[in-house]
Every structure is written in structure tokens, then in C-alpha cells.
Ligand binder design. Structure first.
Ligand code: NIG
Ligand code: FE
Length: 380
């Protein structure tokens, strides 16, 4: 049996639960990795241990539904050149592919461990990790095997870009991805993803790859409309995907398609920070009734931050979100983007994934950008 803990002295409890709401004078009991009780502190049951939050805010742990942590090397010089006026090109992915292929398993696993620990210190208690820097049968399978050591939310992204050895025959690469590579990757993956963008994979290739992946038991998701308008968002809606990620350049039809399909739009503002593209318009999506998630997209190229507090601050300052909407998007929104109902919410029976802020309310996450406010987490 686990030890139960009563958390009292909570200045503000954000639950994301429609009935429980955001409350003051609340207490929470966690027991064996599960939330056992939530209510007014005055009515709290006894527990084995007590923790006094001393007036600080308690929130659900962040759910980061999009990251690329299995890689070697970095691309600081590429970032430096961008900040001097170069534009972001997806071709930089091939630099990381070369470094990743050359790395040992131990080195790749140590990199994932370091970044997951970094995320955890910043309040992330659930993380999705993609492959996509191997792009051979063995390198994609080992990337996912390594990712699986850290999370069940693993995503096969063999269709990240066409690797150099297939530059003259992209159709043969799609055949590899949907054939032997999928077969080798599927045992370690829950999701399948495609980068549907000019210079990566087109609509027909993406549809083929996602349908084949779904036939192999994986669930589809997409990178789309990152660098310009394109067919990816409407393809995600057509296929009824759980989430489509980036959504930076959207037509009105794209927005309506997302709303009608109930597909989550996962916005990744760290990418726009790091590529100097315009930020996605979260307000437009929210006003249209689209569910919005925020995620880091942590990767060495387009966005090398692991910090959801940073993404929340950007979303509030640059994307028209209120602090409450941004916190919801980085917790319950991330859970929705992963099709999960057991995380991203503080309610009885849910995973005991919580974070304690060194601040009285969630507003401080955007109000005090760049300050390490996460004092601790509880993780199921
Ligand atoms: O989500 N857009 C495609 N893939 C990554 C970038 C990867 C890279 O530049 O290395 C992304 O932004
Ligand atoms: Fe990505």
C-alpha cells in the first residue's frame, strides 16, 4: 500500500474539472499515485502525511503532447544564422539525422533523460516523444525503443523528411515508411505522425502513411500548416485525427474544419519564437469553438525549449489567450491532444500529477516570464 498525502494551505487550486472549478481554501488527498479526494480544507479527511503549500498555487501537471527528444547534437549555429536574417528551412532536419544516426544508444538515451528531467523541473508530468531523426528501419525502431523507456506516448515519425539517400525517389521512401519501417516501429509506438508541408510530404503521401499506420494499430496525428497554408489541417479533419500540430497558417475553412471534426489544434509558440514566423492566432481558434492545446515541440532545430511555462507566457502575450486559457491548454488541452482523460485534471480517480507554483495564482506563469516558478511536482 502506498502512503497517502493531504495537501493543505493551497492558495489557489486549478482543477480543470467543471464541477470543482478553480478554488481557494481547497485541499487534495493523493493516495498511491491517484487523487483520492478534493474539497474544502475544513472537510478534509485524515491522511498518512501532510504537506503545507503555504498559500501557493497547485495546478495539474503540464501535459506536453509534442516533443522530439531522441536526437544527438544541436543546431545553435542555425539558430544564430536565423536571428541574423536567415529563414527556417526544414532541410536542417537532415543535419540532426546525420548526428543521430552516428550516436550510440546510450548517448541518445542520456539525451532523452536529460531533457525529460528538464521538463519535469518545469512542471511537465506527461510527455509525448517522437522519432524522426533516424529515418532508417533500425534507427527509427531504436529511437522509439529508447523513447518508450521514458513514456507510453511515443510517436513514429519516419515521415519527417525524405532522407538524402532517397532524394531521387521519394515514392520508394514512402514505401519503406509504410512497409518495413512501420513494422519495426509499431511495437514501440502508440501514434503515427507525418510532416505534411512543402518540402516534406504532400497530402496524398500523408493520407497513405496515416491510413497504413492506422491499419497497423497506430493512431494518427499530423504536423501541418507550420510554414504556410496547406492541405494538412483539412486532411487531419477529414481523417478525424485527435490532434493536428502547428496550425500557424490557417484559412477560415481550416478553422471550421477543425471545429466540425473536433480535432484539437496544438499550438507550439516556441517554434515561432525561434523561427520568427508569426505566432498562431489562438484567439481566432478559441472564438470559433476549436479545442486548443499548447506544447513545447522541443527539438534541436525549430524550437529548443522544453519549458511549458515559457510557452504559456508566449501564448498569453502573443496569441490572445488569457492566463487561464493558456494553463488549460497546457494541461487539459494537452491531455485532449493525446486522447487522455486521466491526466490534466485534478479530480478524484485521476492520476496524481500535480505541480506546486512558487506563486499565489496561475496568472504568475505569464506575469513572471522566465522565472523558475515550479517549486515541485507530484507524479503518479
Ligand atoms: O515540429 N516541423 C517539423 N519538425 C520539427 C522541426 C524539426 C527540426 O527542425 O529539426 C517541428 O518543428
Ligand atoms: Fe514537431
Amino acid at each position: 500500500m502506498g502512503v497517502s498525502t493531504l495537501i493543505t494551505g493551497i492558495g489557489e487550486l486549478v482543477t480543470n474539472d467543471p464541477d470543482l472549478g478553480t478554488r481557494t481554501d481547497a485541499a487534495v488527498v493523493i493516495d498511491d499515485g491517484v487523487i483520492a479526494w478534493v474539497g474544502d480544507a475544513a472537510a478534509a479527511p485524515a491522511a498518512d502525511e501532510a504537506f503545507d503549500a503555504q498559500g501557493r498555487a497547485v495546478l495539474p501537471g503540464f501535459v506536453d503532447s509534442h516533443s522530439h527528444l531522441v536526437f544527438a547534437g544541436d543546431r545553435a549555429l542555425e539558430f544564430q544564422a536565423r536571428m541574423a536574417g536567415e529563414s527556417y528551412a526544414a532541410g536542417g532536419i537532415r543535419t540532426t539525422v546525420a548526428a543521430t544516426r552516428a550516436a550510440t544508444d546510450d548517448r541518445l538515451a542520456a539525451g532523452v533523460a536529460r531533457h525529460v528531467a528538464e521538463m519535469h523541473r518545469q512542471g511537465t508530468t506527461t510527455v509525448e516523444i517522437k522519432s524522426g531523426y533516424g529515418l532508417t528501419v533500425d534507427d527509427e525502431a531504436r529511437s522509439l525503443r529508447i523513447a518508450r523507456e521514458f513514456t507510453d506516448e511515443t510517436t513514429f515519425l519516419g515521415a519527417h523528411v525524405v532522407p538524402p539517400e532517397y532524394a531521387d525517389d521519394p515514392a520508394a521512401y514512402v514505401a519503406l515508411v509504410t512497409g518495413p519501417m512501420l513494422e519495426a516501429a509499431a511495437p514501440y509506438a502508440r501514434w503515427i505522425d507525418v510532416f505534411c508541408e512543402t518540402g516534406a510530404f504532400d497530402e496524398d503521401q500523408a493520407r497513405t502513411i496515416l491510413r497504413t499506420g492506422e491499419a497497423a494499430g497506430l493512431k494518427g496525428r499530423l504536423h501541418a500548416n507550420q510554414l504556410g497554408e496547406g492541405p494538412g489541417v483539412q486532411l487531419a479533419a477529414e481523417l478525424g485525427l485527435t490532434a493536428v500540430d502547428h496550425c500557424t497558417y490557417l484559412t477560415d475553412d481550416d478553422v471550421h474544419a477543425l471545429r466540425d471534426a473536433g480535432t484539437v489544434a496544438t499550438l507550439l509558440p516556441g517554434v515561432e519564437f525561434s523561427t520568427r514566423h508569426p505566432y498562431p492566432d489562438a484567439r481566432r481558434l478559441l472564438d470559433a469553438g476549436v479545442t486548443v492545446a499548447l506544447a513545447s515541440d522541443c527539438n534541436p532545430g525549430s524550437c529548443y525549449t522544453s519549458s511549458l511555462p515559457f510557452c504559456i507566457a508566449l501564448a498569453v502575450r502573443e496569441m490572445g489567450m488569457t492566463p487561464g486559457e493558456a494553463v488549460w491548454a497546457a494541461t487539459a488541452g494537452g491531455a485532449a491532444a493525446l486522447g487522455r482523460t486521466d491526466v490534466g485534471v485534478v479530480a478524484p480517480g485521476k492520476c496524481a500529477d500535480l505541480l506546486l507554483l512558487d506563486a499565489p495564482t496561475h496568472v504568475h506563469l505569464a506575469y513572471r516570464p522566465g522565472v523558475p516558478l515550479v517549486a515541485r511536482t507530484w507524479s503518479a
